[in-house]
Each structure stands twice: as C-alpha cells, then as structure tokens.
Design a protein around this ligand. Structure first.
Ligand code: FES
Length: 162
C-alpha cells in the first residue's frame, strides 16, 4: 500500500473512533482495528493526533503484546493453553501445529499464511481441547484433525479456507 494511502486510512480511523475518552491507547486500538496492525505511520499519526511524542506512543504500543507491527497473515490459529485444555491434550495439538507450520512456537509462517498463538483460555473449557481458527472456536478437536485443518490453511489460495 502506498504510504499516502496508508496515512489517509490511519487519519480516517483516528477521526472516526467513538470512544468517549480519546487517549493514546484508544487511538492505537482504532488504527489497529482498521488496519490489523500498526505501521510506522500510525505511530507518527497517533502522536500528532494526541499531541504527544513518538516515544510516548511507542511506550504504550510496545507494552501491549496484542498489537502487531507488521501486516497480519491470512489466517490466525490460537491453541488454548489453559489448564483444562492442557489436561485434555493441547500439548499434542500445539506440537502438531508447529510441525505442520514449521515453527518452534508462536509466530508467523514464512509464507505469510498463518499466525500461530497460544491463548490462556478461550472461554469454552467444557469443550476442551479448544482452538480458534480465524476467530471461530472449535472444541473437542484431535491433533490429527488440527494438523489437517492447519495444512489446509497453508495451501489455501483464496484466504477463506478454515
Ligand atoms: S482452558 Fe481451554 S477453553 Fe478454557
């Protein structure tokens, strides 16, 4: 995306966010919601918008691990790492995911297709083990089923396979 177009999208996100109190954090959320990540231009625009320094904005943005600073991959896979899912086999599910994705832990695949994350609890413990694929929960999943689904995401050509 051209930098000018990116800056315009950031300004629109900042101008349209509806939080009652505008802060650096609410501004960062507005841009992150709109773009899916925080490019360098976002840090600069949020600083200008809130009349603070770029360092002030980095201080907030870098504190929150949920903010991305690079574009998100096509798909997001979260494996629940909570106690119930652990007892029900999340270790084998995570290992299978890492094997298929060629990762050693959380992270993005080299082809930019999949982002793999741990989640402390996906809030559906009675369905353990639970995963989230592109923000859709799937409970009672087996390691074999998960490997098959994740393989599908890696070869997906239209960004919709889940
Ligand atoms: S521990 Fe996995 S959903 Fe709660």
């Amino acid at each position: 995306m051209a930098s000018e177009a990116m800056t315009e999208r950031i300004k629109m996100a900042l101008a349209s966010h509806e939080r009652p109190t505008v802060t650096v954090l609410s501004s960062l959320f507005a841009v992150h919601d709109a773009l899916g990540h925080l490019p360098q231009e976002a840090i600069e625009e949020v600083a200008a918008f809130n009349n603070v320094t770029i360092n002030d904005v980095w201080g907030v943005a870098s504190f929150y691990t949920n903010f991305r600073f690079t574009p998100a991959p096509d798909h997001t896979v979260e494996v629940c790492w909570g106690p119930t899912c652990h007892i029900k086999g999340s270790t084998a599910i995570m290992s299978g995911c890492m094997e298929v994705l060629g990762l050693d832990g959380e992270g993005d695949t080299d082809n930019g297709k999949v982002s793999l994350k741990y989640n402390t609890c996906l809030g559906a413990c009675s369905r353990a083990p639970v995963v989230s694929i592109d923000h859709r929960l799937r409970g009672g999943i087996t390691p074999e089923d998960m490997k098959e689904r994740v393989s599908g995401l890696m070869t997906d050509t239209d960004g919709t396979h889940a």
